[in-house]
Design a protein around this ligand. Sequence first.
Ligand code: MG
Length: 217
Amino acid sequence: MNKNIAFDDGREMTVGTMYCIGQNYAKHAKEMGASVPDSPIIFLKPPSAYIPDGGQVTLPVISQNVHHEVELVVIIGKECRNVSRADALDYVAGYAVGIDITMRDIQKAAKDKGHPWAVAKGFASSAPISKAISAEKVQSNIFDLELSINGELKQKVSTSNMERPVEELIEYLSSIFILEKGDVIFTGTPEGVGQIHAGDKITASLKGYAELNVTVI
Ligand code: MG
């Protein structure tokens, strides 16, 4: 199993813990029937859920409603704990585009019962991530994100619309967890999430920097 994220400069980094942020765009929170939470919603995916560009998303048999969520992914370059917002970007190795593949029906059942989201969010192949662009090569961490299915645009946003920017997410996460080299942060999805089906070809992009292509089986 390939657990390495390839960088534009030839480096490779083994994927560690995947920290994911819930409801970080107001319009997506609204479409989920929620509002932006007072403190970040955090959930995890295991490293084995990662698939690289060109991979296949396998629909789990237990779900009738699997959704796409396009997200900016931040790759941590060195260990950190209790990092301030001002220093947060010193610990970023690079950026990529990812899709937080979600079993929406299983997630809803878990929410209704007050149960964790591990099954709905962390199943095998639930974390496609593109090749990464090195942090030094970008002017800022504001990107345009897009996701299309079979050529039809479904999600499009500037990450400037995030309620909590990358620096704040790193400050928060590192106040609770020890972030390590290769850990990734899925920073939340904008509005426009929807169902994926077997045979779909999904293309996601961090416009001008990275593209991710996966097939649904
Ligand atoms: Mg998400």
